[in-house]
Ligand binder design. Structure first.
Ligand code: CP
Ligand code: NVA
Length: 303
């Protein structure tokens, strides 16, 4: 594995290897065992969109591994004034040992990887959010002690989260059901990928999708960059919510997940959110551990 651009590029073995290493790094951190695996290395973190979890977990993770992290707001980089990503990639490759980027177009991340000579990590694009889903899989395995054969249900927009969850969950053997309104299905590349899987389906009813689910997941109705569509989406997504009726359809011990930030009373009720806050914040914590594993796998030999 040279980069983490999207989960479509990873094999099942590579995903499981990252999860195993994430568990190990989490154990070591909890037991105060220090590691200096990335000593002397620097990760550049380019943000074209807002972030709480991704920024803080990457920055902290890099320090915990003995390295440094630089927060690079696109507003303050020349990239924000039109310097091509191809040139930015070649310049930053001379200073840094890895780049994490959060942006709009997936092609920008792929271009960085093509022109740069250091590992590139996708910290969210309009197309996908692979780091989040690695942390999600780590969390699901912690709660259910397995991944293979679990019933996974996602309710809401066929967005970056739906794209990455569909690919990640299918690759580790889960049965995936999405409930999305017509016109808001996942990306065509993801739907093409699912054509090899008979344990994937999209339905329109959230209650139907949740039937017998082990894991329920939702995300905002309007993602970053869709600010103009907020009102239109409030209408289109009405009812695409994790609430008591959806919970009643799932298994009694189903866990509830959300990548955060959450919009209470839109995609999830406050009641369900608070009942499942433990899972949701364990999931947020695992961003740190899963990303440390990604950085170790990508950057440990880059020194
Ligand atoms: N889930 C997630 O990526 O959160 P941030 O937008 O706060 O980074
Ligand atoms: N779909 C959301 C995820 C945020 C982590 C967005 O792109 O804004």
């Amino acid at each position: 594995m040279k980069h983490l651009l999207k989960l479509l590029d990873l094999s099942t073995e590579e995903i499981i290897d990252i999860l195993n290493l994430a568990d190990q790094l989490k154990y070591e951190q909890k037991h105060g065992i220090p590691h200096n695996i990335l000593k002397g290395m620097t990760l550049g973190m380019i943000f074209q969109k807002a972030s709480t979890r991704t920024r803080v977990s990457f920055e902290t993770g890099m320090y915990q591994l003995g390295g440094n992290a630089l927060f690079l707001s696109s507003k303050e980089l020349q990239i924000g004034r039109g310097e091509p990503v191809q040139d930015t990639a070649r310049v930053l490759s001379r200073y840094l040992n890895g780049i994490m980027i959060r942006t709009y177009e997936q092609s920008e991340v792929e271009n960085l990887a093509e022109y740069g000579s250091i590992p590139i990590i996708n910290g969210l694009t309009d197309f996908c959010h692979p780091c989040q889903v690695l942390a999600d899989l780590q969390t699901i395995r912690e709660y259910k002690n397995k991944l293979d054969g679990l019933n996974f249900c996602y309710i809401g927009d066929g967005n970056n989260m739906a794209n990455s969850l569909t690919v990640g969950c299918l690759k580790v053997g889960m049965n995936v059901t999405l409930a999305c309104p017509e016109g808001y299905y996942p990306d065509k590349k993801v739907l093409d990928f699912t054509s090899d899987y008979d344990n994937f389906k999209i339905v329109n009813s959230p209650v139907e999708a949740a039937a017998d689910a082990d894991v329920l997941y939702t995300d905002v109705w309007a993602s970053m960059g869709m600010e103009d569509e907020v009102e239109k989406r409030k209408i289109a997504f009405k009812g695409y919510q994790i609430n008591d009726s959806v919970m009643a359809s799932a298994k009694p011990d189903a866990i509830v997940m959300h990548c955060l930030p959450a919009h209470r009373e839109e995609e999830i009720t406050s009641k369900v959110f608070e009942q499942h806050a433990k899972e949701i914040f364990d999931e947020a914590e695992n961003r740190l551990h899963a990303q440390k594993a990604v950085m170790v796998r990508l950057m440990a030999n880059e020194g």
